[in-house]
Design a protein around this ligand. Structure first.
Ligand code: HEM
Ligand SMILES: *[C@@H]1O[C@H](CO)[C@@H](O)[C@H](O)[C@H]1NC(C)=O
Ligand SMILES: *[C@@H]1O[C@H](CO)[C@@H](O)[C@H](O)[C@H]1NC(C)=O
Length: 314
C-alpha cells in the first residue's frame, strides 16, 4: 500500500516535471516577451553576422544535454567546470545575446521568463532573420541547476557514422527524419579545422584523405588547414551561403562537399538518403520538416527554476 502510494507519487512528480509547454504561456505574465527577445537577436545580428548560427547551435547543445534547461548557459564555478567549457565547445558563442534579452525581460517582467525559453525563442528568431521559416515556439521550460563539462561529451561528434547518430538522436526521442531535417542547420555558420582534420590528414592507414570527400573540395580544406599547422581561428564556412538559411546544405551533401563525416553519413542509410534528395530539391519540404523537428527537439524536458541571471543558478 505504502509502496504503491510512493510509486504513484514518484510517477506523478515525474509527470509534473514534464508539464506541457504552450504557445500562450507568457500571455498574461509577460505579453511582450517574444518581441523583447526578437529585438535582442535583431540588434545583435546588425553588428554580428555570426550571432544567428551561434544561437541555433547553442539551443541544440542545450537540448541534447539534460534537456532544454539552459544548462549550456551556466558558467564554470569553483571546482565545477560547466558544459560550455567542455570539449565540444569550440565556437560556442553569442551568449551575450541571451544576456541582453534577459536583462530587458527582467526589467519588463522580473523572474518570469526562463533562460531556456529565451534560448529556444532566440534560435527560432535566428532562423527567421537568416531567411528561414518561422513557427510558433511552445514555452514554459524551466532552467536547470546543473551543468557539467563531462556531460558535454554526450553530444554527437562530427566523426559519427549513421548508426552512432541514430543512437544519439533516438536516446532523445528523435528519429532518423529528425536527424536528416535538423542537420540542415548546417546551412549556417562556420567550422574550425579541428572539427574536420580527421578527414583530410591521416584519414586511415591506407588513405590520407577521406575518399568520400569531393577531391577539389578536399584540396581546399587542406589549403585552409595544413597538417600540424592550424591557426586557432582557421576554418571554412558551412556552405557558400552560410548566413542564409536555405537548402544548399543538402545539395552539397549530394556533391560530397560537406565538412563533417556526420553530414556525409546521411547518405549511408536509405531513409536519410532519400530525405537528403527530397530536401535538396525542395526548400519548402526542408522548411516544413525542419520546423516539425525543431519543435520536437526543443520540447525535451529539463529544469526546475526561473533563473535571474542566465549564467548562474539562483
Ligand atoms: C547531427 C549531429 C551534429 C553534429 C555531429 C554537429 C557537429 C557540429 C560541429 C563539430 C560544429 C562546428 C564547431 C566548430 O568547428 O566551430 C557544428 C556547428 C554548427 N552546428 Fe552542428 N552538429 C550536429 C547537429 C546540429 C543540430 C541539430 C543543429 C541545430 C538544430 C546544429 C547547428 C549548428 C550550427 C548552426 C553550427 C555553426 C555554429 C557557428 O557558426 O557558430 N548542429 N556542429
Ligand atoms: C573550451 O573548453 C576548454 C576545456 O575543455 C577550455 O579550456 C576553453 O576555454 C573552452 N573554450 C571556450 C571558448 O569556452
Ligand atoms: C580506409 O578508408 C577507405 C575508405 O573508407 C576504406 O576503403 C579502407 O578500407 C580503409 N582502410 C583501413 C585500413 O581501414
Amino acid at each position: 500500500m505504502a509502496a504503491a502510494l510512493l510509486s504513484s507519487l514518484l510517477i506523478f512528480s515525474f509527470l509534473s516535471l514534464g508539464a506541457p509547454l504552450s504557445s500562450n504561456y507568457y500571455q498574461k505574465t509577460c505579453p511582450n516577451a517574444e518581441s523583447i527577445i526578437r529585438k535582442a537577436v535583431t540588434d545583435a545580428t546588425k553588428n554580428d553576422k555570426t550571432a544567428p548560427a551561434g544561437l541555433l547551435r547553442m539551443h541544440f547543445h542545450d537540448c541534447f544535454v539534460r534537456g532544454c534547461d539552459g544548462s549550456v548557459l551556466l558558467k564554470s564555478k569553483g571546482k565545477n567546470t560547466a558544459e560550455k567549457d567542455g570539449p565540444p565547445n569550440v565556437s560556442l558563442h553569442a551568449f551575450y545575446v541571451i544576456d541582453n534579452a534577459k536583462k530587458a525581460l527582467e526589467s519588463a517582467c522580473p523572474g518570469v521568463v526562463s533562460c531556456a525559453d529565451i534560448l529556444a525563442l532566440a534560435a527560432r528568431d535566428a532562423v527567421v532573420l537568416s531567411g528561414g521559416p518561422s513557427w510558433d515556439v511552445p514555452k514554459g521550460r524551466k532552467d536547470g541547476r546543473t551543468s557539467k563539462a563531462s556531460e558535454s561529451t554526450q553530444l554527437p561528434a562530427p566523426t559519427f557514422n549513421i548508426a552512432q547518430l541514430q543512437q544519439s538522436f533516438s536516446q532523445r526521442g528523435l528519429s532518423l527524419e529528425d536527424l536528416a531535417a535538423l542537420s540542415g542547420a548546417h546551412t549556417l555558420g562556420f567550422v574550425h579545422c579541428a572539427s574536420f582534420n580527421n578527414r583530410i590528414h591521416n584519414f586511415n592507414s591506407t588513405t590520407g584523405i577521406d575518399p568520400s570527400l569531393q577531391p577539389s573540395f578536399a584540396a581546399n580544406l587542406r589549403r585552409v588547414c595544413p597538417a600540424n599547422n592550424n591557426a586557432k581561428n582557421a576554418g571554412v564556412p558551412m556552405d557558400p551561403s552560410s548566413t542564409t538559411f536555405d537548402n544548399t546544405y543538402y545539395k552539397l551533401i549530394l556533391q560530397q562537399k560537406v565538412v563533417f563525416s556526420s553530414d556525409n553519413a546521411l547518405l549511408s542509410s536509405p531513409k536519410t538518403r532519400s530525405l537528403v534528395s527530397k530536401f535538396a530539391s525542395s526548400k519548402d519540404a526542408f522548411s516544413k520538416a525542419f520546423v516539425k523537428s525543431m519543435i520536437k527537439m526543443s520540447s525535451i524536458n529539463g529544469g526546475q527554476e526561473i533563473r535571474k541571471d542566465c549564467r548562474v543558478v539562483n
